[in-house]
Design a protein around this ligand. Structure first.
Ligand code: NDP
Length: 306
């Protein structure tokens, strides 16, 4: 029987995970298909019910469901529990296990961004959704001493801080209101900026004006494109990375969880690059028409997400 893995999100048409995972299944001779399921929040419980069937190896979960899916699975791994967010599901019989492979994916991306320099201790995170939770957990694990979270809806950032309460008791983890002047003041005290909002995913806008970016800041955008934020940051003299490496490594970890095999990471990386070069699509599935060549370096132009 051909096995199935699904990506559950809303929207999902922008996703490159299908190309990457299908290439890995094919390369390893695994008889499985990777399907994109666009399900709005109201359809999530039914989708989770469906993947309990024998034909499923598991699933990926993406925007906006990573937190909402937590109570729908039967067990959480340590990282799923610690973050309160799930991006990968495996089956144990009819029981579902929730994992968070964004955590190891973020670690690879952060290490690459910082390179040979000493790991900084202060960071700003824009966003408080499922992706931000993996980021904050990663920063806590890396022994950051001060992390400030800005989010459009402050209460969500406050809930995130509350969630991490005990694991962040040795450090300063704060939620602050999204005001440009406060962000600017905090940027002056920080070494790392992570964009974990979806601003820039479907249009060429930046969450913050380029003028507030100090030089020599490390800037990581989880969106796997050369976003406006990354272009502004580069122009300001910052060191930048997009989310491609995180995407690749969260995908590799998920592949291993579903199949029990090491992921063919080069194959997955090549499939990802080929999918990007083959024409990016917006979250709504419309071609963006943006040329790929403009994207050499930090990542491709045009919108995409996990
Ligand atoms: P969620 O839906 O859980 O969270 C979305 C976040 O973006 C929230 O903080 C939300 O703020 C904010 N946001 C969305 N639209 C706006 C807006 N117009 N103005 C201000 N804030 C806005 O999504 P995820 O956390 O799962 O994903 C966030 C981004 O990170 C996506 O672009 C996704 O593709 C990317 N990502 C990439 C990964 C990778 O492997 N490279 C892994 C994980 C995520 P509010 O709470 O106020 O609504």
């Amino acid at each position: 029987m051909t096995k199935r893995v699904v990506l559950i999100g809303h929207p999902v048409a922008h996703s490159l995970s299908g190309a990457m995972q299908q290439a890995a299944f094919d390369d390893q001779g695994i008889d499985a298909t990777y399907e994109l399921w666009d399900r709005p929040p109201i359809g999530l419980p039914d989708a989770i019910g469906e993947i309990r069937g024998d034909d499923f190896l598991g699933a990926n979960v993406t925007i906006p469901h990573k937190e909402r899916v937590v109570p729908l699975v039967d067990r959480l791994t340590e990282e799923g529990q610690a973050t309160g967010a799930v991006n990968t599901i495996t089956r144990e019989g009819r029981r579902l296990v929730g994992h968070n492979t964004d955590v190891p994916g973020f670690k690879v991306a952060l290490d690459k961004l910082i390179g040979r320099q000493k790991m900084p201790r202060q960071a700003i995170v824009l966003g408080a959704g499922g992706g931000a939770r993996a980021v904050v957990f990663g920063l806590i694990r890396e022994s950051f001493q001060r992390v400030v979270i800005f989010n459009r809806h402050l209460h969500r950032a406050e809930a995130l801080v509350k969630h991490f309460g005990r694991s962040a008791s040795h450090m300063e983890l704060r939620a602050m209101p999204w005001h440009e002047s406060i962000i600017e003041a905090e940027l002056a005290k920080s070494k790392v900026l992570v964009n974990a909002t979806s601003i820039g995913l479907t249009s060429d806008v930046s969450p913050i004006p380029g003028e507030v970016l100090p030089p020599e800041l490390f800037v990581l955008d989880l969106i796997y494109n050369r976003t406006r934020l990354l272009r502004d940051a580069e122009a300001a003299g910052c060191i930048v990375s997009d989310g491609e490496l995180m995407l690749l490594h969260q995908g590799a970890a998920a592949f291993t969880l579903w199949t029990g095999r090491p992921a063919p990471i080069e194959v997955m990386g090549r499939a990802l690059s080929a999918a990007r070069a083959g024409g990016l699509r917006s979250a709504e599935g419309e071609p963006t028409g943006e040329p790929q060549e403009a994207a050499a370096g930090a990542g491709a132009s045009g919108p995409a997400g996990a």
